[in-house]
Ligand binder design. Structure first.
Ligand code: ES4
Ligand code: ZN
Length: 326
């Protein structure tokens, strides 16, 4: 359709993408072979068949298992470079990419190998595609704050390669208060702060991320709509939300794309953005997310433009860059 062509040509930013969530089944098999790792699935097709989730946790179990094939610096390079190629095809000019160091260091992979591979891919992609990118290190909410502090310490020698710190993984049972100290330490170390909140958890989890952790951006935040006062606050303070429509469908946060409440966020004048979260697991990259939402919600070209503009506005890129892009 016309909308699809408009979306293809629209310059945009990706602000909510887990690099481990771009690991395609084909690459799982390639890396397993290269690293002499046995897989419990007999084929790419059989692996893809288990990508059928009922909630966040059922996805996370599969996602952490998939990450086991990532071992060497070049594995992280190949993973990230493949993503940059896809992103460039989607007219993504700038990406702020999450990585989960603990998923790897807990298996004996060195922090250095993770960040070195990711950084080398970023530099090569900037040269080859002209794409710009930052990395955001996430602490896993299902682990302890002490473990997060240990990871923060490991990151310090590489802090010039990391723009910020986020929180992801299991939301229910892991409130913001659990990570108050490590997030303050991260801010003091010079990192920007973001957090997943209000994906499966109630709106209070979003206000707590703002009030207790002082984050600048909320990842997901879809359940904010259940609290009118919070919605007014997000609009007034122009706190960006990085929404992920295909993710919300696949993890049963919503029943169907027609229920994705984008219009409510737009009507409330909230700086909402469209993102792909874990594209290999959720059925599509950034333009697939835009197209799916556009088709199900009958957006106007103006809405699409607003969403792209919001993505630049919400990014951590310097103001001069943003002006150039918008
Ligand atoms: C995630 Cl969709 C989602 N939610 C929370 N944590 C995550 N890590 C990777 N994908
Ligand atoms: Zn996420």
């Amino acid at each position: 359709t016309d909308g699809d062509k408009f979306i293809d040509g629209l310059p945009k930013c990706e602000l909510h993408l887990h690099i481990e969530g771009t690991l395609e089944p084909e690459m799982v098999f390639e890396l397993a072979k290269r690293n002499n790792k046995a897989l419990k699935y007999e084929s790419v097709e059989k692996l893809r068949e288990v990508y059928d989730f009922e909630n966040l946790q059922s996805f996370l179990d599969i996602y952490y298992d998939g990450a086991n094939v990532l071992i060497h610096e070049e594995d992280f390079y190949d993973l990230a470079f493949a993503y940059f190629k896809k992103a460039h095809e989607d007219n993504v000019l700038h990406a702020e990419i999450f990585f989960d160091p603990q998923t790897h260091t807990d298996r004996g992979v060195e922090f250095k190998d993770v960040i070195d591979g990711l950084t080398r891919a970023r530099i090569d992609a900037e040269k080859e595609f002209g794409i710009s990118a930052y990395y955001i290190m996430c602490f896993l909410k299902h682990l302890t704050e002490e473990e997060a502090i240990e990871t923060l310490k490991q990151s310090i020698p590489y802090k010039d390669q990391i723009i910020g710190v986020g929180l992801d993984s299991t939301e229910l049972g892991n409130p913001a208060s659990k990570f108050k100290k490590v997030m303050k330490m991260s801010k003091d170390a010079g990192y920007q702060l973001v957090s997943h909140a209000g994906e499966e958890g109630p709106p209070e989890f979003v206000s707590d991320a703002l009030d207790i952790l002082n984050v600048e951006r909320i990842d997901h935040g879809i359940r904010s709509l259940e609290d009118d006062k919070l919605i007014k606050r997000l609009a007034k303070e122009q706190i960006p939300l990085t929404l992920c429509p295909l993710s919300n469908c696949k993890l049963c946060v919503i029943d169907k794309m027609e229920d994705f409440p984008l219009q409510a966020f737009l009507d409330a004048n909230i700086c909402c953005t469209i993102n792909s979260d874990d594209p290999s697991y959720f059925g599509g990259y950034l333009n697939d997310n835009f197209k799916c939402v556009n088709k199900s919600l009958n957006l106007t070209l103006e809405d699409l433009q607003t969403l792209a503009k919001n993505s630049f506005k919400a990014s951590f890129a310097p103001e001069t860059k943003k002006e150039e892009w918008i």
